[in-house]
Design a protein around this ligand. Sequence first.
Ligand code: PBG
Length: 331
Amino acid sequence: MDGTYPYTRLRRSRTHRWSRAMVRENALAPSDLIWPLFVTDGTDVEDPIATLPGVSRWSVDQIAERAKEAVSLGIPCLALFPHTPAEKRDATGSHARDADNLMCRATRAIKEACGHDIGVLTDVALDPYTDHGQDGLLDKTGYVVNDDTVDALVGQALNQAASGADIIAPSDMMDGRIGAIREALEREGHTNVQVMSYAAKYASAFYGPFRDAVGSRGLLKGDKKTYQMDPANSDEALREVALDLAEGADSVMVKPGLPYLDVVRAVRDAFNVPVFAYQVSGEYAMIEAAAAAGAGDRDALVLETLMAFKRAGANGVLTYHAAHAARLMNG
Ligand code: PBG
């Protein structure tokens, strides 16, 4: 001992489990999770999605069962996405405004089964309803037009709110849609319906399995780069968030999740609002593929990635692993 050993030993507090628990800076709980669910036609249907192993489309009656399961697990909110049959799709996504579409029926079924014990978040964008798979209306050149699309999205949002949706979540990235939707919700008396904006949503290669799940992969030609953000940008994400908050968003989202944790942190530091992150379908598939290949322990990968979102400053995470993760957390 010649005095060269450190007095400060960060390993000291890591020695025992109790001590690690005591100095832990972030915690994970089921209340951090939002569970995305895919709705399909029929009764008593579970339709597995090949590119999302372990995730299925459920018929409306089964969605109500999943909602009860979520309540018992302590998950506070579900996010709904429809698998719209090809014959109900058209150029303007008109089925998005139909009060009897899968989203509205599923929302009503969840509210009937669980009331205010769970929140229902409904995605606003036309891609599950268009026959071209884009999120909005096209002009003659195939460009997604902004303002006419916003009008259509307002109709979709009001339709969802009328069916009992608690949180309207526009994922389309049109300019001005948050303000237009907020104004319409107020006008129609939906003053307590929240808006969670997909504020910083990137044109990402991680959405592939989702497009399978909603049935738009084969329909989509080209990409969504004229409206979704360039993965090279992060200052622009702060402008998007600022605009959506000014237009009345109650909370904001960053999407995808893990590759964009720097954006989650930047938004958390710049704005004092609830920030959510979406661990998207391609991220889920990557974890499942890694586990299946023996490259890592599935449960550990799931919990570590979810904790990373908390560390980055997210208030919560949309994840297809929600039910499994909640079970792990509940022990
Ligand atoms: C629709 C929408 C997408 C996702 C959520 N809402 C796909 C897209 O923008 O092409 C992706 C979610 C996921 O990959 O899990 N606008």
